[in-house]
Each structure stands twice: as C-alpha cells, then as structure tokens.
Design a protein around this ligand. Structure first.
Ligand code: SAM
Length: 442
C-alpha cells in the first residue's frame, strides 16, 4: 500500500526531489533528439557511454557523468569531424560563394550564414541532428524586450544596447552578401536570412562555441577566427569554481576537456567559461551564476559624480586627472568591499585643497591623511547606499511588471531579478565592510 504523507511530509519530499534533480539530473538520453544526435556523432567517430544529456532543476539542460572521474581524467574528446568551423563552411556548398565575395566576410558571418542555411534546409541538412537540439531562442540581452533593458544596472544596460546595435548593424551590412546566396535557395533569401534568424545564429555562436584558433584563411576577413561549434560538448554548463583544461589536441585530432578535480557519478559535469562576473555572464551567455565569487557591482561615472560633495571647487580637475590616468573605468564594489581602484579614486576625489599636490602619491596607493581616509570611506558609503536605493527601485519596478501579468516576459524578469538580488547581496556585504573599516580608523 502507498504510504500517505501529511502536508509537511509532502513539502519535505518535494524539497528532497528538487535537491536530487539539481544534483542528479533527469536523464534525457532516451529522447529522440538525443538518440539521433548520438547516432550521428557515432558515425563521425564519437561515442561516449558515460556522459549523458540531462535536465537539472537549477541550471537547465547539461551533461551528467555516470561514472566517477579523477582529476586529470578526460571529460570528453570530440573528433575534429564533429566540429563545425569556418573550414567546414568553406568546404561546403556555401564555400564558393564566400570565396568569391568581396569585401571578404568575417569568420563569424560565415558561420552565421551557414547555421541559418542549415536550419532552413531542415531534413536535407547534414547537420540536422545537431541543429535540432540547439535552443530555439536565447536569453541574451539582444532577445530582451526594450522595456525590460532599463531594469538592468546602468553599465549593463549600455552594453546590452550595444549588443542589439551590433546584431542590427551586422544584419544590415550583410544584406548584399546574403543576396549573393540566392541561387542556393528556392525561396527569397530575404525570407531565409531574416533579422530573427541572424540573431539566433549570432547567439548560438556566441554562447556555444569553444575557443579554437584557426590559420588565417585567404577567403575570410582578418577578424579573429577562433570559433568551433562542438556538438554534445556544448551541452556542458558553467560553474565559476571548477577547473578544467580544454584545447584541441593536434596528435589525437580531437577537442579535449579534462577535469581538474574529482567528479562523482550521476552528478552534472561543469566547465568554467572564464572568471566572468554576473553582468558579463548575462551579456554574453544569457544567465547568471548564483553565489558567483567573481561578481561585482559596477559604478557609473554619473553615479560617482552625483555622490560627490558639491562645494569642492577642484572636482573637475580631479576628475580629469582620474580620467587621464584611466582611473574612472572598472570601479567596483565586491563581496569584500570597495575595490582598491575604487578606494584610490575616492581618496583622490576627497583630497582637501591643501593636499591636492599629493595626487600622484594617492594614485600610487599611499595614504595622505587620516581625514582623507575617513572622507573617502564616507563617500564609499554614500555610493553604496545610492546603488542600494537604485537596486530597490528596480526591484519595485520588476514586481510592478509582474503584477501587470506580462507573463511573456517572465524569463527576462526572472533574470534581471536574480541579477539585482545578487548585486544587493554584494552591496550589503560591502556596506558592512565599510562600517567595520570606518570604526577601525575612528
Ligand atoms: C554551452 S551552452 C551549455 C548547454 C545549455 N544549457 C543547453 O541546454 O544547450 C551555454 C548556455 O547554457 C546555459 N548555462 C550555462 N551554464 C549555466 C548555469 N550555471 N546556470 C544556468 N544556465 C547555464 C546558458 O544559457 C548558456 O548560454
């Protein structure tokens, strides 16, 4: 007979299941898409019994290992035949069009055009099993609805707008090249190479390629040719703390990833995409990592200026020194308080009229006076409070958008909210550090 559980028991079981599916994912390898992908990879020389696609409740789709691995073991070794690079494109039906085209197309555009075209060919595509398991849409800022971008912190909002312009400009500037491909298609190329298709291909490449340097091709422009789409391997999710080594092995002619630490069976295997903070992860990959040790809160120049004391007559001059010495970029609060760069900038901005000649000393990290130390910590606190206030306002706007039942925006709002929540955590911790520093010097 089935055991009956009370409300507390059911809730405990639900929680346990959540933990289990975040650690041990739900195996997807029996779904048709993955059966076909694995069969296709086998024909190209790749077969792995121990690495399975799975769904994890916290990170979504990823790869689960069904045997334990020791540090230094191979996680995956993908033969060159499985990789999609510019060599694949140049060697395909699209190659002669690219080789003829002047001015030469960039490696990125060549890959985008090929992906769009292969997706369009559907059943006739040699890459169909791979294209079929690619995400249909992405959560990078280029996909965000305009009204939601303003909920990002200032610096990210600007980068997000820049990303949208980059894709829009690529779309417009590539029109003549796309038109040159007309004889490959029965339909009008305008209907194949749409802005939406380019956005999808651009995000597929930006979020999924592995770094692989290729020799400069005489048929492509001189932008770096460093991309390789790596089917299956590109199901590996990111974790900021893991160590792996990844590179193309010339001897084995495989792209190989080795783990830097032991992995337990049935757990998700992660790689590290780089020491990226959450704004960068959101911008480039469309997600944020909770508890990311690299995360910081950036301070915009206009935020900095709005927190300065209005009566300081030397502010303009100080700001121009800082600008000349490249000190107004990358000013951040982290979990352990203001960065050295931020504190130095604040110390310079807080120099009294008779201390001004010491500005070089400050930029080199020396202390000028205890009054200067105190004032710069006060300014840091004002900045931190200003950013917390900005964060609270954004959170209120997010909950207001949710009340308006704009469900189609849910995923985007969830992402901004998670980012804002992480940033609040950093600011709270910074404020605590600043208070301790202040009481230590008073
Ligand atoms: C190379 S793919 C990894 C596989 C991907 N999850 C999939 O289903 O195809 C990179 C994308 O995976 C997602 N991703 C990677 N690491 C993640 C993580 N720790 N948490 C949530 N999403 C993650 C992001 O959407 C990112 O753009």
């Amino acid at each position: 007979m089935r055991k009956r559980y009370g409300r507390a028991g059911r809730s405990r079981r639900r929680k346990q299941n959540q933990i289990l599916s975040s650690v041990h994912g739900v195996n997807l390898s029996q779904e048709l898409g993955y059966i076909q992908l694995r069969r296709w990879l086998k024909q190209r020389g790749f077969w792995d019994l121990y690495l399975l696609p799975a769904h994890f409740s916290d990170t979504g789709r990823g790869l689960m290992i069904t045997k334990s691995l020791k540090a230094g073991n191979l996680i995956i070794s993908l033969p060159v035949k499985c990789l999609l690079t510019t060599s694949t494109v140049l060697g395909s039906y699209m190659g002669e069009y690219i080789k003829r085209w002047k001015p030469q197309v960039s490696p990125l555009l060549a890959l985008c055009a090929f992906l769009i075209s292969e997706r369009h060919f559907g059943n006739k595509s040699l890459w169909k099993p791979y294209i079929d398991v690619l995400p249909k849409t992405y959560t990078c800022p280029v996909y965000f609805p305009e009204g939601i971008l303003n909920l990002f912190p200032g610096p990210l909002c600007r980068n997000a707008q820049e990303q949208r312009s980059t894709v829009q400009e690529l779309y417009i500037s590539s029109q003549p090249f796309f038109l040159s491909l007309q004889s490959l298609f029965g339909e009008r190329v305008k209907d194949v190479f749409t802005h939406d298709a380019l956005r999808w291909a651009w995000c597929s490449i930006n979020t999924r390629t592995v770094y692989m340097k290729h020799p400069q091709s005489e048929f492509l422009s001189r932008e770096p040719d460093v991309y390789a789409l790596a089917p299956y391997l590109d199901l590996l999710n990111h974790s900021p703390g893991v160590e792996v080594t990844a590179a193309f092995n010339e001897k084995s002619q495989c792209y190989e990833i080795r783990t830097g630490r032991d992995c337990r069976r049935y757990e998700q295997v992660f790689i590290c995409y780089g020491p990226h903070d959450n704004q960068r992860l959101l911008l480039e990959y469309g997600f944020i990592a909770g508890g990311n040790p690299h995360s910081v809160v950036y301070i915009d120049q206009d935020v900095l200026q709005s927190c300065l004391l209005k009566e300081d007559k030397q502010t303009a001059q100080k700001l121009s020194f800082l600008m000349e010495n490249n000190f107004l970029e990358n000013l951040t609060f982290g979990l352990d308080g203001p960065s050295w760069r931020l504190l130095t900038t604040l110390k310079l901005l807080c120099l009294g009229p008779n201390e001004f000649s010491c500005w070089k000393k400050v930029l080199l990290g020396a202390s000028v006076s205890s009054e200067n130390e105190k004032m710069s910590l006060n300014l840091a606190e004002r900045l931190c409070c200003y950013l917390m206030d900005d964060n609270n306002k954004a959170m209120q706007k997010i909950s207001h958008r949710r009340c308006n039942k704009l469900d189609e925006f849910k995923d985007y709002l969830d992402l901004v909210e998670s980012l804002r929540r992480e940033e609040r955590r950093i600011l709270e911790s910074s404020l605590e550090t600043l208070k301790n520093l202040r009481s230590a010097i008073s």
